[in-house]
Design a protein around this ligand. Structure first.
Ligand SMILES: [Zn+2]
Ligand SMILES: [Zn+2]
Length: 204
């Protein structure tokens, strides 16, 4: 299996190769769509969103408009993606709520559910809650696309985790899934030993 290709935007986006074509994991900030779209000369088969945060989901509307592709996300994230509910504010005084919600809402008809145990082109959807409650990743042959469940050197800052204790337990869960390599939403990939060291440090 050839590995996912990282596209470095505010978050890491991943192009996951298939026998024919590819699908895309995460979509970047809304204003990054202008840089992202020209990189996608072939239309992606689908867009998989790990979670609702703007740096991962903000470009989804532009991709849907361009390609008419299905957008997979956990149903818990849908209200934030469609604008039905405001995203929790970023930890920035006064501007936090506005900055978290700059993205154009996705129409509901674009969305398809991605829930634990489902298959996406041979990848298994796994629940990775904590950073957001409906965060999901994709697992195949020990390789995990993990969204913001963890990163090199730790968890995302406590203030942007919807449930920090749950986020810590999810690191244990990631090890229990038998991962050998983890592709995070920010920074470089981690091998199993790095995740083990992180779990130890977090006491999980
Ligand atoms: Zn992120
Ligand atoms: Zn995030």
């Amino acid at each position: 299996m050839s590995g996912p290709e990282v596209l470095r935007f505010a978050a890491n986006l991943y192009r996951v190769p298939l026998g024919e074509g590819y699908f895309l994991v995460d979509a970047g900030l809304p204003r990054e769509a202008r840089r992202l779209l020209p990189l996608l000369n072939l239309p992606p088969k689908l867009l998989f969103l790990t979670h609702h945060h703007l740096d991962h989901a903000g470009g989804a509307k532009a991709l849907w408009e361009r390609f008419g592709l299905p957008v997979l996300a956990h149903p818990r994230e849908w209200p934030y993606l469609t604008g039905e509910k405001p995203r929790p504010p970023l930890p920035i005084p006064l501007l936090g709520r506005r900055l978290a919600n700059l993205g154009p809402p996705l129409p509901r008809e674009a969305l398809r559910p991605a829930e634990e145990g489902e298959e996406v082109f041979g990848w298994r959807v796994v629940a990775l809650p904590g950073h957001t409650l409906g965060q999901v990743g994709l697992l195949r042959e020990g390789v995990l696309l993990a969204g913001d469940a963890l990163r090199r050197g730790g968890l995302p800052p406590r203030l942007i985790n919807e449930d920090d204790a749950l986020a810590r337990r999810t690191v244990r869960r990631i090890l229990d899934l038998g991962v050998t390599r983890v592709y995070p939403g920010h920074g470089e990939p981690l091998d199993r030993q790095e995740v083990e060291a992180l779990a130890l440090r977090l006491g999980v």
